[in-house]
Design a protein around this ligand. Sequence first.
Ligand code: ACO
Length: 431
Amino acid sequence: MPKNALIKIDDKEISCPVMVGTEGEKAIDARNLRKDTGYIFYDQGYGNTGSCESAITFLDGDNGILRHRGYSIDQLAGQSEFVETAYLIIYGELPTMKQRKAFGDLLRQNAHVETQMQRLFDGYPKDTPPMVMLASLVASLAGYYPDLATNNFEKDLGQFDLSAAMAISKIRTLGAMIYRHTRGLPFLHPKDLPFCDNFLHLMFSEPYHDYVSIPEVTSALNLILLMHADHEQNCSSATVRMVGSSGVNLFTSLAAGIGALSGPLHGGANAAVMHMLQSIHDEHDDGTRFISAAKDGSKSHRLMGFGHAVYRNFDPRAKVIGEACGVVLKKLGKSDPLLDIAHNLEQAALKDDYFVSRKLYPNVDFYSGIIFRALGIPINMFTVMFALGRSPGWIANWREVASNPKGRIYRPRQIYVGPARRDYVPIAQRG
Ligand code: ACO
């Protein structure tokens, strides 16, 4: 492996150190390029830019590999559960029995939402999109818990165990409250239950009829949250890092991540997939018409749940979730015509040269909506579920930024393409 890379601009050669990650990932350290040459690298969308060193998740998009802290997503999906994986992602190691219990206790102790904070819901119109509510509620945590959100990394890290558990636990409770608010249902108090069962209780219990835990539902929820727990420098995690790099607290950074996740090209895709499948179903299309429309290259006709910014082989999460879909529906004794449509679409696209040549495969969102639907979660809540699942990854990323003594504020450069210098013209002379 070369130690340096030479960049030649005109007659000048600049030597940039080569960096190599644990898994052999290679980078050219261009931190001094602008200082030494006046040039920057142009990389719209940062697809070729390493913005940080991170020890959380390894992703090899060409080979469909995803590992958290060294553990493969397949092993975690088969043997771990969401809270344990959350601990692993945040703290770097699988917990001991004692650590797992302490983490679970902290999550349980911080599940409630203060009465005063509950009043915020009165201000939202009934049809406020769930992700809009979630982003603003999570941002508000910084106001309700100012001691955990001082915007001083040293102080905030001193309370990190509490703020991390609080964030995950309250995002879970707030998510359920958002669901109930949109349906005009009264809020419920969290119970002394395991994480996923507590969520299902907060969502589905009725005043005189408690939700009765169904093991298959709990384990499907566990699986799907775990599958979303982290995903390297995706748009929302990079946003959390960027916002956090300004020195701001965990809750404010998470709120920014939630905003980034809500876009249709990121976390919003799972809802878009369901709308797409439903419209194919309603139009009695077997998928053929939709597939041919999706090939016109326009962003508005894309086959949702297909393609990924980094996976160019397959998305290992889609494989696990796709397989789980059929199993979950069978266990719950349900059938879903949209699952058949999804299978047909997948089969057709995987044989179609347009998708094959562009290396477009199902991503995590292609099948996750079918599981959410089987669990009784409505489409407008899908991205909230994604946010709950992704919260450990965001927290771990914020922590890396906050604990890096050499960290700098994220500040990309640009190539300016606007008007060249010109003189101000007073309004009376502008015609
Ligand atoms: N359907 C049809 N064509 C597609 C699709 C799709 N889903 N995705 C990409 N393409 C085409 C593009 O039109 C482009 O074609 P061209 O080379 O002829 O111009 C080519 O494939 C490459 O596409 P890019 O836009 O360069 O791919 P990029 O890596 O920038 O985008 C993205 C990735 C945003 C995920 C894209 O594939 C997409 O829009 N997919 C549908 C939305 C989706 O499922 N998003 C969820 C992603 S997973 C997540 O965030 C959790």
